[in-house]
Structures are given as C-alpha cells and as structure tokens.
Design a protein around this ligand. Sequence first.
Ligand SMILES: Nc1ncnc2c1ncn2[C@@H]1O[C@H](COP(=O)(O)OP(=O)(O)O)[C@@H](O)[C@H]1O
Ligand SMILES: [Mg+2]
Length: 239
Amino acid sequence: MNTTISIQMEKISKIYSTKDIETHALTQIDLTINKGDFISISGPSGCGKSTLLSILGLLDSPTQGSYIIEGEDVSQLSVDSRAHIRNQKIGFVFQSFNLIDELSVYENVALPLRYREPEISESDINKAVSLALKNVDMAHRMTHKPNQLSGGQQQRIAIARALVGEPAILLVDEPTGNLDSQNGDAVMRLLKSLNRAGTTICMVTHDPRYAEFAEKRLHLLDGVISQSGFSNKLVQEVG
Ligand SMILES: Nc1ncnc2c1ncn2[C@@H]1O[C@H](COP(=O)(O)OP(=O)(O)O)[C@@H](O)[C@H]1O
Ligand SMILES: [Mg+2]
C-alpha cells in the first residue's frame, strides 16, 4: 500500500435510475487525494458535487468504478460495512452544523467515539474530546449547549466532532453557507490551519474566494471534471 495516498477513485460513475429516467450524475471520475492535501470542488448547481461527496464519504456507492481508502477497496460494500468504515475513516462537516441541541458541546464531540468498536474507555474519550476542542479553540465551552453558541462557534464544534476520531479525510460541504462573512472567514482560516497541521481536506464550495484556500481545485461540469488547477503559492489570509 502506498502510504502517501489517502483516497483513490478510478472511473467512478453514478447513475440515478427512476421509473422513466436515468440521470448520469457522475461520469468516469478519476481522483487521487494524497495525505495532507486540501482539495476544493466547485461547479454549478446540479453538476454532481454532493453526489461525489456522498460517494467519497461512503454515504452512497458508485454505479461503476473503483474506490480505495487507505489501501482498502470500498467500491461495493454492504450498507453495514460502509457505515463501519465511514465511522472509522471519514469526518463530515455540513453547511447546517448538524449538532444535537439536547447534548452538551462535550457530548456532541464525543458522539463518534461512542459508536466505535472495540469500545473506547471514558478516560481516552475525555483526552480525545479535550484535544479536539482545544484544536478548534473551543475548550472553554465544553458544558454549553449548541444553541448557546454563535453560528461560527457551532461550526467549530462540528469540525471538532468530525476530527475527534482521527479520520483519513475531512469532507466539508459548503462550510460557510450559514455564516456571515466574518465567521465564514474565521472557519476557513481554521480549516487552513488544521490542514497545515496535517489534516487531509476535501471541500465543496461555490465561493471562488474560499476555493482559493485549497491547493488543488477541481471544477465539475455535468458530472465530469472539466478543469483542475494546482496552486503552490501561500494563500493570502482573508479578512
Ligand atoms: N437521489 C437522487 N435521485 C435522482 N437524481 C438525483 C438524486 N440526487 C441527485 N440527483 C441528480 O444528479 C445530478 C447531480 O446532483 P448533485 O450531486 O446534488 O449536484 P450538486 O450538488 O452539484 O448541485 C442532478 O441532476 C440531480 O438532479
Ligand atoms: Mg449539492
């Protein structure tokens, strides 16, 4: 196994079939993500961004093609095996935070670890949650409930929850969509600094300014990668 590759997709296609129509959402996508990459995916509405992210995140499986995560072929798994590997290897951050309002910040972040097998001890959960919250600068809000926090703070908690289990990749869907520009910029700076510290990130965004944070940028058009660009320059800090 090549230890620098996190994710390798070859000729991934996705066709949604309903009674009368077939939608070719993705056609023969090749995508390699190396450890430490920061990749952005942009493109117009309906071009296949969410479909690609759900296949990357093992929420859905491709119609055709091969998909390998950290050396393991996950192209055609049962729903149960997919859920198991998703819990071990994938961290998700959504536009809408998706935190549980009844749980404290601490318990929200601990949640992915509570589904792990074999079971993780309470003291190891405590260490991991404390570190994850420290990494997003939210250790001082452990006992708060999500609705007692600003949108930007809630997104930081969602990022801590996504990273607490040390996933192979962080998948991020429009992370700033529900934030004002100041909080959006702060979340993007956090993602950039997490990436510099080693986190592998794949982010969907329609905002060209935020796509600039990624060093590899993909553009999708009608389910096909129409353009990809690399940038080695250091991204200017926004704000
Ligand atoms: N569950 C589904 N069933 C049928 N068609 C779908 C489904 N999900 C998405 N599609 C279609 O697949 C295409 C890509 O959708 P999507 O991945 O959501 O695009 P984007 O996220 O770029 O807006 C669109 O034409 C959409 O209508
Ligand atoms: Mg979408």
